[in-house]
Design a protein around this ligand. Structure first.
Ligand SMILES: [Zn+2]
Length: 217
């Protein structure tokens, strides 16, 4: 039902708030599962300088600075941290811990092994999302070959003109990842398919919230 609602644009404030409410509830649930698996938040503080697979020497420290970037609200910091550790509770992570029988992507017709990278970058839903993100709401997002998986996942590999530019890009990337994650959760939990343009609107709303809260560029 919600998918039908979000397909009609523009979204009203009420519908947008409903989506945000669902998103928060689902993220809280996912977070509870995550902490159940990985232990207390205290563990998070103990490992601020772990290496990140596939990054050049020196980049991991940049990754952990980005995870805790002051422009990100706590929810996006949590998400960024789980992405950097590759422990976002996607199906492959849950499957490897015996919590799910299937480890494949829940998108209709996909069936690829579900990993954090697949969810946020390789799945056709994510490809569509990134393809329209810049042209619709975020014209300052890097596009084409400049927007790499490592920039999207970790915020590395870009030479921005200024700290302010990086903040704007990084906040937008985090908000867009959050929208993809929320969309996936609505698909898995409620069998709702959220149109890419509605996902972009969710990301834009998250950016506006963060900026209004004083964290934006
Ligand atoms: Zn997929």
């Amino acid at each position: 039902m919600l998918a039908q609602q979000t397909a009609g644009l523009p979204l009203t404030v009420t519908k947008g708030q409903k989506i945000l409410g669902i998103r928060r509830a689902i993220l809280n649930l996912e977070r509870a599962v995550f902490y159940f698996i990985w232990g207390s938040k205290w563990e998070r503080e103990r490992e601020p300088v772990s290496s990140v697979r596939g990054l050049a020497i020196g980049e991991p420290s940049q990754v952990w600075r980005n995870v805790n970037h002051p422009a990100l609200p706590n929810r996006l910091r949590d998400l960024s941290w789980m992405v950097a550790h590759e422990v976002l509770p996607v199906r492959s992570v849950m499957h490897s811990r015996g919590l799910l029988q299937s480890a494949t992507c829940p998108r209709p017709g996909c069936g690829a092994p579900k990993s954090v990278r697949h969810l946020l970058w390789e799945c056709s839903a994510a490809v569509d999302q990134w393809a329209i993100a810049g042209s619709l709401q975020f014209p300052y997002l890097p596009a084409g070959e400049v927007l790499t998986a490592q920039l999207m996942l970790y915020g590395v590999g870009l030479s921005p003109n200024s700290k302010k530019d990086f903040t704007r890009i990084w906040l937008t990337l985090a908000a867009t990842k959050d929208a993809i994650w929320t969309s996936r959760n609505l698909l898995v939990g409620r069998h709702m398919q959220i149109p890419p343009v509605a996902m972009i609107r969710m990301a834009a709303a998250t950016v506006r919230e963060a900026v209004a809260a004083g964290g934006g560029p």
